[in-house]
Design a protein around this ligand. Structure first.
Ligand code: NAG
Ligand code: NAG
Ligand code: NAG
Length: 287
C-alpha cells in the first residue's frame, strides 16, 4: 500500500514550492532577461498590461525610448513575433522560471463585463486566449489600486479561469475587498484548485506598514510579500538585498509565507544593483 501514498505527497510538495518572484517593470525587450532567468527567481510578473474599451490588450511601456505595444486585437495576437519569442524565452532554455504572469489594472473591466460580458465569443475572451498562447502565460495579476468593483472583478476572474489562467492579486490596501474576491473566486474549490492562488502583498510605499503574517490570517491564505529594491524615486522605501533578506526571514519566522518577491527589475538595472544578490536573498529564506 505504501507506494500509493507517494504520489499525493510529492504532488503536495510541488504545489507548495516556495515562490521567488520579481515584477518586470522594464520593457522585456530591453531588460537583462538572461539575469532574470538565472538568478533564482521562479516567477516573473510582467507589469504594465491593460485593456482598452474595445477589449484590445496593450503592453504599456515603462521604459524610456520604448513605445506601448498593442498585443492582442480581434481575437488574435498582434504584438509581433520578436516580442513573443522574447517573452516565451523567459521559461525556456537555461532558466529557473516556471511561471509567467501579466499584471494589469482594472480599467474598462467593469464596462466590458457588463457589455458584451465574459462569454467565449467576446473579443476580450479571445484576446486573452490568444495572448496566453503567444506568450505561454500562466496567470493574470490584478493590481487594481483605484476601482475596486467586486462584481465585475469576480466575473472577469472567472472568465480568465475558463481561458486557462490562474488569477493573482497584488494588494497594498483594502484587505476586505480582496478577501471578498478570494472567497468568491475560490468558493467550492479545493485548495490545490484555487483560481485565486497567489497574493503578492506590497510592503512598500502605500503598503509600507503591511504585516504579511497579519494579512495571511485575515485572508485565510499564504501571501508573498513584495519589497522594493533600492530606488532613486522613493529611496526611503528601497531595500538592499541584505535588508530584504532580513525582513523576509523575520516575517517567515512569525508565520510561514508562500515566498517573497521584489518590485522591480528596472530599478535593479538603473541603480546598478545585482540580480544575483537579490535572488540569493530569496533562495536563502525560501529555498
Ligand atoms: C546580463 O546578466 C548576465 C548574467 O547575470 C551577465 O553576465 C551579463 O553581463 C549581463 N548583461 C548586461 C548587458 O548587463
Ligand atoms: C454583476 O455583474 C454581472 C456581469 O457583469 C451582471 O450581469 C450583474 O447584473 C451584476 N450584478 C450586480 C449586483 O451588479
Ligand atoms: C518603478 C519605479 O517607479 N521606478 C522609478 C525609480 O526612480 C526613477 C528615478 O526617479 C524613476 O525613473 C523610475 O520610474
Amino acid at each position: 500500500m505504501k507506494p500509493l501514498l507517494l504520489f499525493p505527497i510529492i504532488w503536495h510538495l510541488a504545489i507548495a514550492a516556495n515562490i521567488r518572484s520579481i515584477f518586470l517593470f522594464k520593457d522585456v525587450m530591453k531588460s537583462n532577461t538572461t539575469a532574470l532567468k538565472t538568478s533564482g527567481f521562479n516567477t516573473l510578473i510582467m507589469f504594465g498590461v491593460g485593456i482598452l474599451s474595445n477589449g484590445d490588450i496593450m503592453y504599456y511601456s515603462n521604459t524610456p525610448g520604448s513605445q506601448d505595444v498593442r498585443v492582442a486585437s480581434g481575437g488574435a495576437y498582434v504584438g509581433g513575433e520578436t516580442l513573443a519569442q522574447k517573452v516565451r524565452s523567459l521559461k525556456t532554455g537555461e532558466t529557473g522560471v516556471t511561471r509567467l504572469e501579466i499584471s494589469m489594472n482594472a480599467q474598462n473591466v467593469r464596462n466590458l463585463m457588463a457589455t458584451p460580458g465574459p462569454g467565449p465569443e467576446t473579443p476580450l475572451y479571445r484576446n486573452f486566449q490568444a495572448l496566453k498562447e503567444a506568450w505561454t502565460l500562466d496567470a493574470v495579476n490584478n493590481d487594481d489600486e483605484s476601482i475596486y468593483d467586486l462584481n465585475s472583478s469576480v466575473t472577469f476572474g472567472r472568465m480568465l479561469g475558463r481561458v486557462g489562467y490562474k488569477y493573482t492579486i497584488a494588494p497594498y490596501t483594502n484587505a476586505q475587498f480582496w478577501l471578498n474576491m478570494k472567497n468568491q473566486l475560490n468558493q467550492g474549490l479545493r485548495e490545490q484548485d484555487w483560481l485565486l492562488d497567489r497574493v503578492y502583498l506590497q510592503c512598500y510605499d502605500g503598503g509600507a506598514n503591511n504585516n504579511p503574517p497579519g494579512w495571511q490570517t485575515f485572508l485565510g491564505m499564504k501571501v508573498v510579500p513584495l519589497i522594493w529594491v533600492i530606488n532613486d524615486s522613493k529611496p526611503q522605501f528601497g531595500a538592499t538585498a541584505a535588508q530584504a533578506r532580513t525582513r523576509f526571514a523575520q516575517w517567515h519566522q512569525q508565520n510561514a509565507l508562500a515566498g517573497g518577491g521584489y518590485w522591480n527589475d528596472y530599478d535593479i538595472e538603473k541603480m546598478g544593483l545585482s540580480y544575483r544578490d537579490y535572488g540569493n536573498a530569496l533562495s536563502t529564506v525560501f529555498p
